[in-house]
Design a protein around this ligand. Sequence first.
Ligand code: SF4
Ligand code: SF4
Length: 90
Amino acid sequence: MMKYAITEQCVGCHACALVCPNNAVFADPDKPQQFMIHPRRCTGCENQYDTPQCATICPVETAIVDELMIAVNPIGSLTGIVPLHVGRAQ
Ligand code: SF4
Ligand code: SF4
């Protein structure tokens, strides 16, 4: 089962918290703009949805990563804008 986590790119928009079917998302009590995923509550949405619902709705690139720390929405995936220094595969 793949688990997900939220990075410091999070802007605290609440969207992921509203769609998580397992109440796994919460705001950092010390930093309300930073949301977090409870590692035991997160099931990766397995047996519930085809995609992790938090990452599917998150509007911020690289804010949600899988357990390998790979962004579900990498740079350029939502905006179509890839900074020159990141480059594209040819
Ligand atoms: S992957 Fe699914 S269960 Fe895990 S935090 Fe995201 S929405 Fe919740
Ligand atoms: S949807 Fe993305 S930006 Fe919004 S609170 Fe969740 S992780 Fe943060």
